[in-house]
Design a protein around this ligand. Structure first.
Ligand SMILES: COc1cc(-c2[o+]c3cc(O)cc([O-])c3cc2O[C@@H]2O[C@H](CO)[C@H](O)[C@H](O)[C@H]2O)cc(OC)c1O
Ligand SMILES: O=c1ccn([C@@H]2O[C@H](COP(=O)(O)OP(=O)(O)O)[C@@H](O)[C@H]2O)c(=O)[nH]1
Length: 475
């Protein structure tokens, strides 16, 4: 009989697709040849994403691993969506018939369907085809716990969360300030919110949730999910914390200009500022950052992107026009101390460099895991998606970051004085706050590395997952 296959259904966003593919490859290796991998590829909406996805797939196909890519037919994207979560969820839903046809048409037995958390509408397909389904969470366990809890929270809190008295209870987490909830949760009237509730409710129908996190990082939250505390009255999903799932590639033969600059800096002296694939600064905000950095006196590597160009999509920052974005004379005054990089930077290579001692980050989950993998403490500056929740957990729960005041009502504005304070608190040897975050980040670096080694927590979770899938396939 042919090897049973695990079918992955990722969404096209790089931070989702790559994470899921890497998790799938680890599962493949852990199954010892008992499973193969099939990836269903939805044609990404938008030329940019299509090219990015094609490049990733080309690289994977050249790797010689037992992965088959099955390209689904294109569908007409919905045109009346109010936000990204609604768009992604509805766009995925329109692929139901194609996913069903693709899965039922596979020549080998299908052991499991693994769905990105935006794809829970496909749980109907898995039920119709009697294929066990798992949900893959590209973010942390705290995000998973909140989504599981959201339908009940919705009933308990009649007003907008911002208007409620007190804190939000999420099992396993310290009380969460309403101002730290993810963007789509901040407006109950928006379909994005309804979709988040929908996905959270449907997580309980899956055989299990696979989370890109590490047990040692989120022990109490993972226990709360697994014990059914997040959605009482519904089946508790089996939990598989398999992270950190990151693709850390060997350094390039020709070191990048950022890396060459770092080579000339003292150990742990540089603060990196980088804001994910969608983050950008207006000129007003860039001025505040520049003044804050200059006044902090610390060395910096700043990946600066500008607002999307006319005609570009909302999630596509432009390469920075430094003359337009930075204060007069800033580059000249700081040329001995800093580098401003005006386009996408090689973030993982930078974080791996011994000269980097701190990271001001938008707090996307992949960036967070990369920072912890290299033991770099953070100052979170949340911008979009679930990043405000991440910022809270990094500071108040995991203890690996120093807090910074971000004005959510003013487009996540940070004043120069506040950035200066946070950078000093993070970087200075005699700062108690910084010392705590540095020690905890170093501890988590060790925990992350141990987790993926033989016998480690994530290695074991992957083993349990592989066994559960193989057992399900043989039924
Ligand atoms: C988690 O909830 C949200 C996710 C996203 C989101 O959307 C998205 C759309 C694209 O077209 C391209 C992307 O790269 C992309 C990425 C993305 O999520 C990122 O996922 C990471 C792993 O989960 C990480 O946690 C980051 O913080 C996310 O930005 C968008 C969104 O609202 C804007 C969400 O609520
Ligand atoms: O200038 C940049 C910005 C981002 N990234 C990478 O893009 C990913 C961002 O993922 P994350 O989940 O942090 O945030 P998102 O961009 O999805 O919001 C991470 O792997 C980063 O290393 C990068 O290499 N250079």
């Amino acid at each position: 009989m042919t090897t049973p296959t695990v079918v992955l259904l990722p969404v096209w966003a790089a931070g989702h697709l790559m994470s899921m593919l890497d998790a799938g490859k680890r599962l493949l290796a852990r199954s010892g040849g008992a499973l193969s991998l099939t990836v269903l590829v939805m044609p990404a909406p938008g030329e940019n994403h299509r090219c990015e996805v094609a490049a990733h797939i080309q690289r994977e196909e050249a790797s010689g691993l037992d992965i088959r890519f099955h390209h689904l037919p294109a569908v007409e994207p919905p045109t009346d969506c109010l936000g990204i979560e609604e768009f992604v969820s509805r766009f995925v839903q329109l692929h139901a018939a194609h996913v069903k046809a693709a899965v039922s048409g596979l020549a080998c037995p299908v052991a499991a369907l693994v769905l990105d958390f935006f794809c829970t509408t496909m749980l109907d397909v898995s039920r119709e085809l009697a294929v066990p389904a798992y949900v893959y969470i590209t973010a942390d366990a705290a995000f998973c716990a909140l989504l599981l809890r959201l339908p009940a929270l919705h009933e308990e809190v009649a007003v907008e969360f911002e208007e409620m008295e007190g804190m939000v209870g999420v099992p396993g987490l310290p009380p969460v300030p309403p101002s730290s909830l993810p963007v789509p949760v901040m407006d109950k009237k928006n379909p994005n919110y309804t979709w988040f509730m929908y996905h959270g409710r449907r997580f309980t129908e899956a055989k299990g949730v696979i989370i890109n996190t590490v047990t040692e990082l989120e022990q109490s939250v993972l226990a709360a999910i697994g014990d059914g505390w997040c959605a009482p009255g519904f089946p508790a999903p089996a939990v598989y914390p398999v992270g950190p799932v990151l693709s850390v590639t060997p350094p390039a033969e020709q070191p990048h200009e950022c890396v060459r600059w770092l080579d000339a800096q003292p150990p742990a002296s540089v603060v990196l500022l980088c804001f994910g694939s969608m983050g950008f600064s207006t000129a007003a905000q860039a001025h505040e950052i520049a003044h804050g950095l200059e006044r902090s006196g610390h060395r910096f590597l700043w990946a600066l992107r500008g607002p999307p160009a006319a005609g570009a999509g909302p999630g596509q920052p432009s390469d920075a026009d430094l003359g337009e974005l930075l204060p007069e004379g800033f580059l000249e005054r700081t040329k001995e101390k800093g580098l401003v990089w005006p386009t996408k930077a090689p973030q993982k290579e930078i974080l791996a460099h011994a000269a980097v001692g701190g990271f001001v980050t938008h707090g996307g989950w992949n960036s967070t895991l990369e920072s912890l993998w290299f033991g770099v403490p953070m100052v979170p500056w949340p911008l979009y998606a679930e990043q405000h929740l991440n910022a809270f957990t990094l500071v108040a729960y995991m203890g690996v970051a120093v807090a910074m005041e971000v004005d959510r009502k003013r487009n996540n504005f940070v004043a120069a004085s506040e950035l200066e304070r946070a950078v000093k608190a993070l970087m200075e040897r005699d700062s108690e706050e910084g010392k705590r975050a540095r020690e905890k980040a170093a501890e988590m670096k060790a925990a992350c590395r141990k987790a993926v080694e033989e016998g480690g927590s994530s290695y074991s979770a992957l083993g349990r997952l592989s066994e559960a899938i193989i057992k399900g396939a043989s039924k």
